[in-house]
Design a protein around this ligand. Structure first.
Ligand code: HEM
Length: 415
């Protein structure tokens, strides 16, 4: 590599990504060392890989990264939905983003959702004494029930809510892989967009939705040009609240994995009161340590200069999320699971980026408060629960995106 630039990898790495998963970018960085952004190619495009807090600030400066047209169709048709907030830029994005920020960063609203999760979790586990619980699957149901109710989604019965849970899991599980998982993800999204679009139309006709719920807010939200969301886009954004909340099931399985490996951590969680800081630090450490989001992408506008280089037309910028969360320059002993690191110091805005970086008004995840609050509640509940972890395959394969402990974490609840 030339001085001052990162290593250069010429061949298109699409296949390597599919095969190597989370290890792809960190592996490239290791094999092609250098200071500046690493160069490679993905899906036929030139790519520059960004890494480190300064690069995060660069990536989240909206003059440097366009989201419109950045995400491939297969990702939109499974994970996010066409027309989602993720794909907007500038004033359109800012107007749409208020819809999420107003609800999801309000402490009382966040607390109310976490409380519902606690109640649903106790109801499920309370009924299963002496039995085996598949934690990942049950957590998805618990989270879907809690968030549907909290968001004021119109009265699906239990079966409809459980289907919503399974569909949300399918949307996340199948976004990055060709084959049957991907087809399941597409069908799941199509089904839920259809159901929610109809619910939006009906609620608008009847005027029945409670205005102070997220559902009511989506119905009456105004875009930058003053228009209401069309029913399909409204459905897409409702799913952008429900689906990632259900996705906290991944972190729940990881939390149980951490407790099974570290009885000391579990004991400390169990001993702490309901408002203690340790569970919050634990939630941050689960988000940092375990692999969930591999990297994020955006398009460089024409003429963008990065590290002295004028980027070629159509360059894709990738932010190496997994790599940054394990960078020894940012984290002491990055491969040690250590919640105390966040008791010593709260996370910096652009250091800990499992849910994106930069200011909240940008594309950073508006659901971080919800994630941390819900995960701390579930961590305490789990730690206090009398459970055993029977023999099972808890390995977390890094070549699968998204990954999780292979068994989904089976627990036997004490009688
Ligand atoms: C955006 C991760 C939970 C709603 C994002 C982004 C990431 C992320 C990486 C993209 C940032 C970017 O494009 O630069 C996660 C993870 C979660 C989670 C790992 C844990 C399960 C949530 C929750 C909600 C939520 C609970 C809502 C209740 C959103 C929305 C966006 C977003 C609406 C789009 C923001 C924008 O483009 O302006 N999330 N998230 N997420 N997340 Fe989350």
């Amino acid at each position: 590599a030339a001085a001052g630039t990162g290593g250069t990898v010429t061949a298109d790495k699409t296949l390597a990504l599919l095969l190597k998963g989370y290890a792809w970018l960190p592996g490239l960085r290791r094999d092609h060392p250098g200071d500046g952004p690493l160069r490679t190619r993905l899906m036929g495009r030139p790519v520059r890989v960004l890494h480190g807090p300064e690069a995060v600030a660069f990536f989240y400066d909206e003059r440097h990264a366009r989201r419109h047209g950045a995400l491939p169709g297969p990702v939109l048709d499974t994970l996010f939905g066409r027309g989602a907030v993720h794909t907007l830029d500038g004033t359109d994005h800012r107007a749409r983003k208020t819809l999420f920020l107003e609800r999801l960063t309000e402490p009382a609203a966040v607390g109310a959702l976490a409380e519902r999760v606690r109640e649903e979790f106790r109801a499920v586990v309370g009924g299963r004494r002496g039995q085996e619980v598949h934690l990942f699957d049950e957590a998805a149901l618990v989270l879907a029930r809690a968030v549907s109710d909290w968001a004021g989604l119109p009265g699906g019965d239990r079966a409809a809510t459980d289907r919503l849970a399974r569909d949300c899991v399918a949307m996340v599980d199948g976004f990055a892989t060709p084959g049957p998982r991907h087809l399941r993800a597409r069908r799941a999204r199509a089904r839920q967009e259809e159901l929610l679009s109809r619910a939006v139309i009906q609620a608008r006709e009847s005027g029945a939705a409670a205005a102070d719920t997220p559902f009511g807010a989506v119905l009456s939200h105004r875009e930058a040009d003053g228009s209401l969301l069309d029913p399909h886009t409204a459905a897409v954004e409702l799913l952008n609240i429900v689906r990632p909340t259900v996705a906290i099931a991944w972190f729940t399985a990881f939390a149980a994995h951490a407790m099974s490996r570290r009885p000391d951590v579990r004991r400390r969680l169990a001993q702490e009161g309901d408002r203690g800081a340790y569970a919050v630090s634990f939630a941050h450490e689960v988000r940092r340590f375990y692999p969930f989001v591999p990297f994020l992408g955006a398009l460089a506008p024409d003429g963008l200069v990065l590290d002295g280089e004028r980027l070629p037309h159509g360059t894709m910028l990738l932010l190496d999320v997994f790599g940054q969360n394990h960078d020894p320059e940012l984290w002491e002993e990055p491969y040690r699971f250590d919640p105390e690191r966040f008791l010593r110091a709260a996370p910096h805005r652009d250091d800990l980026i499992p849910q994106g970086g930069g200011p909240r008004e940008g594309h950073r995840c508006p659901g971080e408060d919800v994630t941390v609050a819900v995960l701390s509640v579930l961590a305490r509940e789990l730690a206090r629960l009398d459970f055993a972890v029977p023999d099972q395959d808890l390995r977390i394969p890094l070549n699968r995106i998204p990954t999780r402990p292979r068994s989904g974490v089976r627990l036997v609840v004490g009688a």
